[in-house]
Design a protein around this ligand. Structure first.
Ligand SMILES: CC(=O)N[C@H]1[C@@H](OP(=O)(O)OP(=O)(O)OC[C@H]2O[C@@H](n3ccc(=O)[nH]c3=O)[C@H](O)[C@@H]2O)O[C@H](CO)[C@@H](O)[C@@H]1O
Ligand SMILES: C=C(OP(=O)(O)O)C(=O)O
Length: 427
């Protein structure tokens, strides 16, 4: 869906407070995990995003009924699995949907899931998902652009991931939760979104040990019950707003944050020279009247500096005089923001996955987001300069930021979007 552009006029400090939504990347696997129980589950803190709508469309095809029972509360019920396939039209909209493979397989014994396509910033393989399932006893065949998976009994055995993968760990956990086998995953991801999935599944009666460590032990259980659960705050959204505070040389408070999930971001903001004050579930960033300093950053899996904040950090560093070096080995091609920031006067040289940024003042320009976090980099950049920055590609922002224009306006930002409602109601 094409939406009218976002108009951003910046160049003045923001103030006040902004509340972070529930985590997109935690909510999506938790929503998928409700496929494992035939009982009703109520989730709170679910952001109203187009990605949530996409996963709900896919799950409706699989047999899930959903009802929004509050602004951010969602009731899900899958009494029976009606279909065991996840077709390309639905999977290609969002790569995260590939993890339905593990969930359908757990509940129905077989699953046919379309191979996810490429994405705006290059290949995102699923080889580790497939290798893990095979190692645990699942037959997986590639056929006509689909992965066909079939299990004859419970999943059993050990798999050592060749690299840290959030989605691969999600898929293996989902596949192994039901049954009577015992599965050990080594070199498993310790990302907050993996810990969240495990805590949710255990809340419903699963037996998964080792959350937050690289070794997970999953003892299959016969069935999961229903329940009620609140999704963790979105650390990427929180980080986006914290970087915005520094980029606009503002002081404002970001509420509903888990500061323990934001150590790498807080550390870098302090190194840049911003003041960061933590107070329970709030964090205040103060970058007023400071000479901010350039820094070097390399993305890593959690708890390192997240790739999902790399474009936003690049936008911030593009405003800080001096030379910063940003490297993103996690997603080496995640660079769609660079050409757009060039349009805004940024000096960024790219070599492989390295950006060398010579910071200075940016200027407004018409720009286009080609993916979600590139869009976030552009609204941060736009809010640092006077004049009208017109950002096209708003549908990408709607994947990850709920009621963005309205919430930024709450900080005093001049951000307008002419759609009657920025985020389509996700139901
Ligand atoms: C919906 C969601 O939660 N998305 C997040 C998730 O994506 P996603 O789960 O897809 O990312 P992964 O953690 O799997 O990817 C990490 C790295 O492993 C590689 N890899 C992954 C799987 C595989 O089978 N083979 C392989 O080579 C990837 O190319 C990448 O270089 O984690 C990423 C890394 O923190 C984030 O950028 C995404 O926002
Ligand atoms: C890249 C992201 O999501 P996805 O993995 O769904 O593309 C993101 O949230 O920044």
């Amino acid at each position: 869906m094409h939406l009218t552009p976002l108009h951003v006029q910046g160049g003045r400090p923001l103030s006040g407070q902004i509340t972070v939504q529930g985590s997109k990347n935690a909510a999506l696997p938790v929503i998928v995990a409700t496929l494992l129980t035939r009982e009703k589950v109520t989730l709170h803190g679910v952001p109203r995003l187009s990605d949530v709508r996409t996963i709900l469309d896919l799950m409706a095809h699989l047999g899930t009924q959903h009802t929004w029972v509050g602004e951010n509360s969602l009731e899900l019920h899958t009494p029976e699995i009606l279909n065991t396939d996840a077709p390309y039209a639905l999977v290609s909209k969002m790569r995260a949907s590939f993890i339905v493979m593990g969930a359908i397989l757990a509940r129905a014994g077989r699953a046919t899931v379309s191979m996810p396509g490429g994405c705006a910033w290059g290949p995102r393989p699923v080889d580790q998902h497939v290798k893990a399932l095979r190692a645990l006893g699942v037959d997986v065949h590639e056929d006509n652009g689909n992965f066909d998976a079939h299990r004859t009994g419970s999943l059993n055995g050990q798999f050592i991931f060749e690299l840290l993968t959030v989605g691969g760990t999600h898929n293996a956990i989902l596949a192994a939760t039901l049954g009577d086998g015992v599965v050990t995953l080594e070199n498993a991801s310790i990302d907050t979104d993996v810990v969240e999935l495990i805590e949710f599944l255990n809340h419903l009666g699963a037996d998964i040990q080792g959350a937050g460590t690289h070794t997970l032990t999953i003892r299959g259980v016969a069935a999961l019950r229903g329940g009620e659960y609140r999704v963790i705050p979105d650390r990427i959204e929180a980080g986006t707003f914290m970087l915005l505070a520094a980029a606009t040389r503002s002081r404002f408070t970001v509420d509903n944050v888990r500061t323990d999930h934001l150590r790498a971001v807080i550390g870098k903001l302090q190194e840049i020279g911003a003041d960061v004050t933590e107070d329970g579930l709030s964090v205040t960033v103060d970058a007023r009247d400071r000479d901010l300093k350039p820094v070097n950053i390399t993305t890593q899996s959690y708890p390192g500096f997240p790739t999902d904040l790399q474009p936003q950090m690049s936008a911030l560093l593009a405003t800080i005089p001096g030379t910063s070096v940003v490297q993103d080995p996690v997603y080496p091609d995640r660079l769609t923001h660079v050409a757009e920031l060039h349009r805004m006067g940024a000096t960024i040289t790219v070599s492989g996955y390295t950006q060398i940024i010579q910071g200075g003042a940016l200027r407004s320009a018409p720009v286009k987001a080609a993916d979600l976090r590139a869009g976030a980099a552009l609204f941060i950049a736009g809010l640092t300069c006077e004049g009208d920055t017109v950002i096209d590609g708003v549908q990408y922002l709607n994947r990850g930021y709920e009621r963005l224009a309205e919430r930024l306006q709450g900080l005093g930002a001049n951000v307008t979007q002419n759609e009657p409602e920025l985020v389509p109601a996700a139901d």
